[in-house]
Structures are given as C-alpha cells and as structure tokens.
Design a protein around this ligand. Structure first.
Ligand SMILES: NC(=O)c1ccc[n+]([C@@H]2O[C@H](COP(=O)([O-])OP(=O)(O)OC[C@H]3O[C@@H](n4cnc5c(N)ncnc54)[C@H](OP(=O)(O)O)[C@@H]3O)[C@@H](O)[C@H]2O)c1
Length: 351
C-alpha cells in the first residue's frame, strides 16, 4: 500500500504497480465472474474484464430487449455467455450486482436463492447494503460482500480503459466469509481497469456519493447555473451572453484549468479584476449554501433520499417520466441557447 499525503492527512492507496494484473489473474484464476445487469456500469466493467483476459458471463432480464440485445451486439452469446439473471448468478462464483439500485431490490429474491457458499457478492455502490431496511438486500452469512466503486460514469470506465488511462475506484469489504475477501476485491478492482484503489466503507461511500451527485457534481451545479442565467436574462442580457458567462466559459476554459492544476491556478490565470471579485464573493456563496449541504447530508443519512429513489425508480414508467423531466431541461431557453452556442464553437465552424 502506498501512503499518500492528502493535504496533511496521510491515506493508504493501492496502486496497480503493487497489485498488477498478473497478480489479479492469479487471485481470480478459479473464479467464474458473472456480471448482472447490462446498463451503464455492466458493459463498462464486463468488457474491460473480458479484454483483460477474464472469462465473463452476463445476466440480464430477457424480456427487456434493449440491454439483452446490446449484450449480444457486444459479443456475448445467449446460452454460452449471456443468461437470465438467475442462471448467471447460479453459474458465477463472483456476482457483480450491477442492476440499477432499484433493480437490485426487485431482483434480490432471485439473486439470493442463487448464491452458493463462498461466493463473492460484489457491488459498485453501498446503497443496497447500507439501506437494507429499505431494500431488504440482506446477504447470507456464508458469502463475501465486497465493493469496488469506480469514480466516474460506466462510460468513462470503458473509454478510459480503451485510451489506456484507467479510472480510480474506492473499495470496501462488508463481510469476509472466505478470509480472502480483500484480495478478491483488489483483484477485481484491478481487473475492471482501476488505476488506484482508495479504501472506504460501504457507508462512507454511499453517503459521500449521494451527497456529491445531489450537490456540486450535478444538483447544485445545475441550480446555481440556472439562477445566474435567469438573473442575467431578467436584467436584459441576451440568451447567448447569459449562457456564455454562465456555462460556456466554465466548460470550455476555466474548469479545464481547475482540472489541470487546481483552483488557485485557474484564479491565477484570470484577470486581476476577476480574481479580486471571485475571492471576495467565494465566502458569500459558501455561507449561503452551507446550510443546504447540511440539510442534504442529514437527509442522506436518514434514508430520505434513498426512499425517494427506490419509490420513483421502481415505478413501471420511470424511464418515460425521467425522459419527460430531461426533455423539459433540454427544451428550456437556457439549454436551447446552449445548443446554439455549442454549434458556434470554433472547432464546429465550417471549414
Ligand atoms: N451509472 C454509473 O456510471 C455508475 C457509477 C458508479 C456506480 N454505479 C453503480 O453501479 C450499479 C449499476 O448502475 P448503472 O447506472 O449501471 O445501472 P443502470 O444503467 O440504471 O442499470 C440498468 C440495469 O438494471 C436492470 N434492471 C433495472 N430494473 C430491473 C429490475 N426490476 N429487474 C431486473 N433488472 C433490472 C436493467 O435491465 P432492464 O433492461 O431489465 O431494465 C439494466 O441491466 C448501481 O449500484 C450504481 O449505483 C453506477
């Protein structure tokens, strides 16, 4: 384990140098890996495993043509490497449970009866286990319960693997029946294409993940952008100007500087006028949103957020309803202006 100083706190991190793919192959040589679910994480992890030389089978609900056919298009063969969820779980010794979180609750009785002594039940999120009072996902005592949670979309899990960069993940062991749970977890983490593996617990992973996506990563991001755009429009600015000053300059320039070298680097590369104002206003915004973050974290811990997710995403028409909400965003003036602004990016100019 490498010890790395994160701003004064030393944490242990597993690297692919100390746990190379050859070691993962040795640890997993007798395992049969079954990936249940072929949505977003399913294909990313399954195809990386396959390309890394691990035989993989897929379990997917058959009556739903879309993901079943996607697995066939990706080279999985019904009856050989593509099965029903129950059959794949029965055949596997490591069960990668990658249905949607609501799907995991629905399919649990089927998966539970397919588990055998010594199997590893693997998650990419702490959701089902931590909120077991809501999900009823309570694994038997005679299996390992482990997690590798990639820090990015399933699409990036695959795209980063293909471009050779990999993705970082957190990992945790919830239940160690075989006394090999940790090495099985690390081996799978490396086998799905992780570069570095950060230790966590199921609880810490799910609390931080639910907070992050509701907060800065998605919910807060969209909310503050809309608030600024609306203000500029109300004060007579054109849609293109409001969008450029709110989103385009951020995504095309400033956030790239943050990614490259940190927030101070981005500030240092802006005008002194911008720096002065940003330094003065940063505190005001922090103060304004801090109570909202407090409320958010409390609701996550109390299980309010997961209760809503399970209720809404278990509805038979959840995809249609979700598409309606996303279409509303897409068709708002702000994001239509965004489409027009994107079409004018210099790289999209007709040559
Ligand atoms: N999305 C990400 O990038 C990401 C990132 C990190 C961690 N994770 C975690 O990875 C896990 C998988 O997430 P995901 O986003 O990949 O899921 P997803 O795309 O929403 O998963 C869809 C899969 O779940 C199946 N499913 C849904 N409801 C079902 C039900 N009632 N019965 C049987 N199958 C059902 C779908 O098949 P049908 O065609 O049958 O509906 C499909 O195979 C989750 O624990 C998630 O929190 C996801």
């Amino acid at each position: 384990m490498a010890k790395i100083d994160f701003g004064g706190t030393v944490e242990e991190v597993i690297t692919s140098e100390e746990f190379p793919l050859s070691k993962a192959k040795e640890v997993l040589k007798n395992e049969k890996i079954a990936v249940l679910g072929y949505g977003v994480q399913g294909p990313g992890q399954a195809l990386n495993l396959k390309d890394n030389g691990f035989p993989v089978i897929i379990g997917q609900r058959e009556e739903e043509d879309f993901y079943w056919n996607k697995a066939i298009k990706d080279g999985f063969v019904p009856g050989e490497t593509l099965f029903s969820i129950e059959e794949a779980a029965r055949r596997g010794t490591m069960i990668l449970y990658l249905l949607s979180d609501a799907g995991q609750m629905a399919a649990w009785p089927t998966v539970k009866r397919s588990l055998k002594e010594g199997d590893a039940l693997y998650f990419s999120h702490g959701f089902s286990i931590v909120y077991k009072d809501q999900t009823k996902v309570i694994p038997p005592q005679n299996v390992d319960v482990i997690m590798v949670a990639p820090k990015g979309s399933g699409r990036s899990v695959r795209a980063n693997f293909l471009d050779g960069s990999g993705i970082n993940s957190s990992f945790a062991v919830f239940q160690d029946y075989t006394k090999r749970a940790k090495e099985r977890t690390l081996a799978l983490g490396i086998a799905i294409g992780s570069g570095y593996l950060f230790p966590t617990t199921f609880e810490k992973e799910v609390y931080s993940d639910l907070t992050g996506e509701r907060g800065v990563l998605m919910g807060c991001l969209a909310g503050v952008m809309e608030a600024q755009y609306d203000l500029l429009r109300k004060r007579g600015h054109s849609p293109s100007e409001a969008f450029n000053e709110t989103v385009e300059e951020l995504t095309q320039s400033l956030i790239r500087l943050v990614a490259e070298n940190g927030m101070d680097w981005m500030y240092a590369n802006c005008s002194t006028t911008a720096q002065r104002g940003a330094l003065d206003w940063k505190g005001r915004f922090k103060e304004a949103v801090a109570p909202v973050f407090e409320e958010l974290y409390e609701r996550v811990v109390a299980g309010e957020e997961t209760r809503i997710v399970l209720e809404v995403n278990s509805a038979p028409d959840y995809r249609e309803q979700l598409e309606k909400e996303l279409a509303q965003m897409r068709n708002s003036e702000m994001w239509k202006a965004g489409a027009a602004v994107r079409s004018l990016r210099p790289e999209n100019r007709k040559k």
